[in-house]
Design a protein around this ligand. Structure first.
Ligand SMILES: *[C@@H]1O[C@H](CO)[C@@H](O)[C@H](O)[C@H]1NC(C)=O
Ligand SMILES: *[C@@H]1O[C@H](CO)[C@@H](O)[C@H](O)[C@H]1NC(C)=O
Length: 379
């Protein structure tokens, strides 16, 4: 036991040194980046991974979702904002790193949008909900899909500039985050009983919508665009619970479901293919970076002990009603009587679907280091 402990210690401190070295050697680490980059604004499109308060302002369903009340937002001095976490999201950490004020949600009336707008809506899809309905896939919480969010953006543009040239000038020094989006198209399909084959057949349409959205924002004046991929969904409690398997071979080294992770990879590979095409189409004045949420998530899981996570409950939701993953779809976080564990910051998952603030902070750190070597700064 003692030997095991000390070898673990050596292992951990070795990792620490390696990480320190990597941070120091990295050509564009977060701190250096903060000093040299100046973006005027951030425009975010997406779903619950980035929503800072749109869904809870949307009738008829949004106002009734649990995201507007505790324990959501408990880490923000007990002030729920509509963020689907105990605290902040990755987009908040990106804003802080770029020294831009945290983004207000588009649906917040009379909010300050001088440094960008957040159009993301929790529960939204990349594909139009009418398109999904034709395939008998139903979006239960919102119809504000990616195209709707783009329409909001165009409406917003009319309020800040009047000619095409003026708009291009206004947007030229902004960062555009197109996603993560598309995760819900797949979530709804999987949880409404579609087969793996059926869900895979959606990928090309989802990727096409994301590609079209990037083309659209570039046409309107975007020059720096980040396009995130999907998470390793086979590592997330809601999927681990619903698709639990008795076959040990169904799980990878991080105890995640291989089949679902492979599915996420298929989406991510097609998305990166679309990004390569976009780069060819738009030439060298436009930077388009892929944000690798898949690797960021797995990086946190695989470094969990070193990052201060509770290793025994790394796959359990912080807020939930029990079961192997502390997740039960009939009693989810926010429902009456559902408890929050004493230390959400030592968990990756907040409610079995979304990450904790600490998880998001660590992934944002990883992503900023990666992305900012691919996106040119403004000075
Ligand atoms: C989405 O649109 C359909 C068709 O108009 C409507 O029946 C449904 O209630 C809408 N869903 C939400 C959540 O607003
Ligand atoms: C979820 O809760 C219900 C009762 O509320 C229970 O019957 C069921 O076994 C629970 N499922 C899991 C996975 O714990």
């Amino acid at each position: 036991m003692a030997i095991f402990k000390s070898s673990l210690l050596i292992h951990t401190s070795f990792h620490f040194l390696l990480l320190l070295l990597l941070l120091l050697l990295h050509p564009c680490n977060a701190t250096r980046f903060i000093k040299s980059c100046s973006f005027d604004a951030i425009y975010q499109f997406g779903d619950s991974i980035s929503d800072t308060g749109n869904l809870i302002r949307e009738a008829p369903i949004g106002t009734a979702t649990p995201f507007s009340h505790l324990p959501y937002g408990m880490t923000l001095s007990n002030a729920p904002t509509g963020r689907c976490s105990n605290g902040l999201l990755m987009v908040d950490y990106v804003a802080m790193a770029l020294q831009v004020p945290l983004l207000n949600p588009y649906l917040k009336r009379d909010a300050d949008f001088s440094h960008g707008v957040n159009f993301a809506v929790a529960g939204s899809t990349a594909l139009e909900t009418t398109f999904l309905a034709k395939q008998r896939i139903y979006a239960p919480v919102t119809n504000s899909s990616l195209i709707v969010q783009l329409d909001w953006f165009k409406t917003h543009l009319k309020s800040i500039c009047s000619t095409e040239t003026e708009c291009r000038q206004k947007l030229g020094k902004s960062l555009f985050m197109v996603g993560e989006i598309g995760g819900n198209d797949y979530n709804y399909a999987f949880f409404q009983g579609k087969t793996m084959e059926e869900v895979e057949s959606l990928i090309s349409s989802v990727v096409q919508r994301i590609k079209d959205a990037v083309t659209e924002v570039i046409k309107l004046g975007a020059t720096r665009v980040v396009v995130p991929g999907n998470f390793p969904i086979g590592c997330i409690p809601i999927y681990l619970t619903a698709f639990k398997s008795n076959d040990p071979a169904a799980y990878d080294e991080l105890k995640c479901l291989k089949g679902l992770n492979n599915f996420a990879m298929k989406h991510n590979i097609q998305l990166q293919g679309a990004i390569s095409l976009l780069r060819e189409e738009h030439g060298s004045n436009i930077d388009i970076a892929y944000a690798d949420y898949y690797t960021a998530y797995k990086w946190v899981l695989s470094h969990a002990p070193f990052l201060g996570f509770d290793v025994n409950s790394i796959q359990k939701a912080s807020c939930g009603a029990g079961g192997e993953y502390n997740f039960n779809v009939t009693k989810m976080c926010g429902a009456e009587g559902v408890q929050v564990c004493s230390n959400p910051e030592s968990h990756m998952s907040w409610d079995g679907v979304h990450s904790t603030q600490n998880g998001y902070r660590l992934m944002a750190d990883w992503l900023l280091r990666d992305i900012m070597s691919k996106i040119r700064c403004f000075f």
